[in-house]
Design a protein. Structure first.
Length: 355
């Protein structure tokens, strides 16, 4: 009996509402793995897939069972499980995880129709991003790591306006109406998935400016589950302690309203977590090295890697605050998890041979 040491695809789930920074997160993640992900060459120009040397990112909208007209006729939103084919999602993610290529449907965001499928080869890392990566328990069980981007309503609104007005030409009223219309289904089907996430990035309005309603300065929390295999939470100064830190001073330039970090243990949906928090924004990104040097367990390969990544993508949204910082750190943690999983699989046949 020969036992192949062939590494299986590692599967990562990224859940969030649309317009909440998933694409930006994906760009940071694939950059950590050493290459930008691009649409498949020579395929459907409306494909939602992104491919790099190591990573394939598929958008779960491709598993819509009802197209735009179908949803309208049945009166269901894209967030409703009845508009999505979880059987097919499960079958295909499982097949890829087992090293088998699949013909994945394409949901065309331009036409609102389902296009002919595209062939997806098993990559080293498969990221499934979208509204429901943790909704179906069979799909959830296939995930080696899961992340939920939890954007508070105030912040979501500000971002959506920015994108949908500038890039998609929607009116303020139509954006407001679409957010309101989505809210009940969002609360029922999307939000509850965060209880299953190994890491949650929560984005809230700042607490540094009293009654802030501009939504520009953000308070960002990185909630990390304890006891997850191959994932050890990041900490500030001293693991397990409760810490509040204002790094502004001689080594970090801060203008109003400053920067405040916090770290400590907490509980989240009745499981133990560590929470790292950053409120405020960086004035000078190169000085981030000062903050980085006080964080431990960040899974960098060399001193200053977080700062280097942040500087490299200084033009991405959120690079001056906790969203960019924590997305970058989670990218490094996923690389670490991937390397540990591969190392374990490579060692497994050797262990078996010893017996
Ligand atoms: P998604 O892929 O989830 O639809 P994107 O990554 O395309 O989301 O982001 C949508 C929009 O939200 C961006 O164009 C930007 O305006 C805003 N945005 C996303 N992430 C951030 C962030 N960290 N800080 C500020 N704005 C952001
Ligand atoms: C995709 C997005 C959803 C969005 C939908 C548009 O599925 O992921 O977030 O709501 O497209 O749906 P609509 O029914 O308005 O075309």
């Amino acid at each position: 009996l020969s036992c192949s040491a062939e590494a299986k695809t590692v599967v990562i789930g990224l859940a969030a509402d649309s317009g909440c920074g998933k694409s930006t997160f994906m760009r940071r993640l694939t950059s950590v793995f050493g290459g930008a992900a691009e649409p498949p060459k020579g395929g459907n120009p409306d494909s939602n897939t992104l491919i790099s040397d190591t990573t394939t990112v598929i958008c779960l909208d491709d598993y819509h069972s009802l197209d735009r007209t179908g949803r309208k006729e049945k009166g269901v939103t894209a967030l409703d499980p009845r508009a999505n084919n979880f059987d097919l999602m499960y079958e295909q993610v499982k097949a890829i995880k087992d090293g088998i290529a699949v013909d994945k449907p394409i949901y065309n965001h331009v036409t609102g129709l389902l296009d002919p499928p595209e062939l997806i080869q098993p990559p080293k890392i498969l990221v499934i991003e979208g509204l429901h990566p943790m909704y179906d328990s069979r799909v959830r069980d296939l995930l080696d790591f899961s992340i939920y981007l939890d954007i508070s309503n105030e912040v979501k609104f500000a971002w959506k306006i920015q994108r949908d007005m500038a890039e998609r030409g929607h009116s303020l009223e139509s954006i407001k109406a679409s957010i309101e219309a989505r809210k009940p289904d969002f609360d029922a089907y999307i939000d509850p998935q965060k209880q299953y996430a190994d890491a949650v990035i929560e984005v809230l309005p700042t607490e540094l400016i009293p009654d802030d309603n501009e939504g520009k300065v953000l308070r960002v929390k990185l909630v990390m589950k304890e006891g997850v295999k191959y994932f050890s939470p990041v900490y500030l100064f001293d693991e397990g302690s409760t810490i509040s830190w204002i790094p502004c001073g001689r080594k970090l330039t801060c203008s109003y309203p400053g920067i405040k970090f916090a770290y400590g243990p907490d509980s989240y949906y009745s499981h133990e977590v560590s929470v790292l928090e950053m409120d405020g924004q960086f004035d000078r990104l190169d000085e981030l090295i000062y903050v980085e040097s006080h964080l431990s367990n960040i899974s960098t390969k060399f001193y200053g890697e977080v700062t280097q990544q942040m500087l490299k993508h200084a033009d991405f949204p959120g690079s001056n605050n906790g969203t960019g910082l924590f997305q970058t750190i989670i990218g490094l943690k996923i690389r670490d998890l991937y390397e540990q999983l591969v190392a374990e699989k490579a060692a497994a046949p050797v262990e078996a041979a010893k017996v």
